[in-house]
Design a protein around this ligand. Structure first.
Ligand SMILES: Cc1cc2nc3c(=O)[nH]c(=O)nc-3n(C[C@H](O)[C@H](O)[C@H](O)COP(=O)(O)OP(=O)(O)OC[C@H]3O[C@@H](n4cnc5c(N)ncnc54)[C@H](O)[C@@H]3O)c2cc1C
Length: 450
């Protein structure tokens, strides 16, 4: 199903959850899709973000991504970072693609908001993304450049789910090490599933017996504000109170099960430095008024062997894409459209920033069906994501968006055969340069994900 006799050629940047979803949808509707992935394996945050104890979820997602990228209409182009290896402008303007889809996620840590903090990276300051990547690959040792050290009494700046994972990595790791010293063997999966107190009880031990100083998460809002549970849109006050109580309950359960602490109403305010090393942070007390964080006069210092900043991930800048602050300067935040690049759309974490696997996949499906497929003339009227989200009003809205996209962009014309041939030659040259034969053989060579 194409406009004319030759197929549309589409580039996707990033081959993980969101990228694989769009690739499969478009290929299923007759496009030839080329997925550019900076890594050898296409699993993105599933392999490198989700802590490795999520064994079943990771396995399921690996299979889903692999299956979607195995579609005969999808060509994988691994070890190819758009930006450093192939320029973004060049890819969009010169290669001859009908559309380009950004599905490159959010891989840069939001900087710790204290002037000069980044001078202490690896000298007392560690960011969440490299920390979790190193933790996930530690057993395999296949990322020698990524090392992680867990220290007792770490300070974690954060408040979201990822910062809780960082805290859990600390207490689970410290518990395993301390039990080994006592001749007791356990593993991270057992500890994570049963919780630390239950595993210790099996050996007639309590947390206090281990003498471990656990980490503390410093959060600038209240415990009731922690985004561990989201409030439904338009929730009234009574519903909001219930969600807040639920958040507190969830957090108390997690603190009990994994033995970390949370210090709410504390915002990072200054660096404690000794001998050119970060040895802790100064925090400022906050107050929450009408949902806003208000800084107070009181400050307090916390010394720690390491400070881990886990305050959110943002997209890595790509040359040729304007930034607005820390984010890509989208002119349309629903469809991830960029000024000056009418054929570019964006899906998943790169637009939504925070989020989860389901949110990334849903967003990818939404943008594909209401915008990309409409633009490429590949729509089959199956607006399933919109229907699933909210019933017929969503379907109407999806149809309206699709009409809007085609009215503004017109319908894309597939590249002329000569241009398509040149594009395929460029892909073949890249494949040759990296030693790629076919998806299956490549994945085998790349080895299983961690
Ligand atoms: C610590 C942590 C714990 C989490 N826990 C959960 C959980 O329990 N449940 C849950 O549902 N979600 C969880 N998430 C969130 C979830 O993993 C992500 O929201 C989701 O996987 C994002 O999918 P994505 O496809 O949008 O982005 P990504 O998975 O980030 O995919 C982007 C892809 O683009 C590639 N790429 C980036 N830049 C380029 C470039 N320039 N050129 C080519 N390729 C590029 C990357 O290598 C990557 O493969 C967690 C995240 C973290 C960090």
């Amino acid at each position: 199903m194409t406009n004319g006799s030759s197929p549309h050629l589409v580039a996707i940047i990033g081959g993980a959850t969101a990228g694989a979803e769009v690739a499969h949808r478009l290929a299923d509707r007759g496009a030839l899709v080329f997925v550019f992935e900076q890594n050898a394996r296409p699993y993105g945050k599933i392999e490198d973000g989700l802590p490795r104890w999520h064994e079943a979820l990771r396995k399921k997602e690996y299979e889903t991504i692999k299956e979607k990228l195995s579609h005969p209409g999808v060509t994988f182009v691994p070890d190819t970072a758009i930006g450093p290896d192939v320029g973004f402008k060049e890819l969009v303007n010169d290669w001859g693609f009908s559309a380009v889809v950004l599905a490159n996620g959010a891989w840069r840590d939001r900087p710790l908001p204290i002037e000069g903090a980044d001078r202490f990276i690896d000298k007392g300051l560690v960011y969440q993304n490299p920390f979790v990547i190193a933790f996930n690959h530690a057993e395999r040792g296949d990322r020698p450049e990524a090392s992680y050290t867990v220290h007792p009494g770490a300070v974690i700046v954060g408040g979201g789910l990822a910062s809780i994972d960082v805290a859990k990595i600390h207490t689970l790791d410290l518990t395993i090490r301390t039990l080994v010293e006592r001749g007791i063997t356990t593993d991270i999966h057992e500890l994570e599933v049963k919780g630390i107190p239950k595993v210790l009880a099996k050996h007639d031990l309590e947390w206090a017996d281990l003498g471990i100083e656990g980490p503390t998460i410093y959060y600038r809002r209240r415990i009731e504000d922690m985004p561990v549970m989201s409030a439904p849109e338009g929730a009234d006050e009574a519903r909001l109170k219930k969600v807040e109580a639920g958040r507190r309950r969830m957090l108390e359960k997690a603190m009990d099960k994994y033995r970390f602490k949370v210090e709410p109403l504390s915002a990072p305010d200054g660096l404690l430095v000794e001998d050119d090393r970060l040895v802790g942070l100064r925090f400022r007390r906050t107050r929450i008024e009408n949902g806003r964080v208000l800084m107070q006069d009181e400050t307090f210092d916390v010394k720690a062997p390491v400070v881990i900043s886990s305050i959110g991930s943002i997209p890595e800048p790509i040359e040729g894409i304007d930034m607005r602050g820390e984010l890509f300067d989208f002119k349309d935040w629903d469809l991830g459209r960029l000024e000056g690049y009418p054929t570019v759309f964006s899906v998943g974490n790169v637009v939504t920033g925070k989020g989860n696997i389901v949110a990334s996949r849903k967003h990818a499906t939404h943008v594909s069906e209401v915008a990309i497929e409409a633009y490429l003339g590949l729509s089959d009227g199956d607006r399933s994501a919109a229907a699933e989200v909210a019933g017929s009003p969503a379907l109407d809205a999806a149809a309206e968006t699709a009409d809007h996209v085609t009215a503004h962009l017109g319908a894309a014309t597939p590249p002329a055969p000569e241009r398509a041939r040149q594009l395929l030659e460029r892909i073949a040259a890249r494949h040759e340069a990296i030693g790629f034969e076919d998806f299956e053989t490549w994945l085998e060579k790349a080895g299983p994900p961690c």
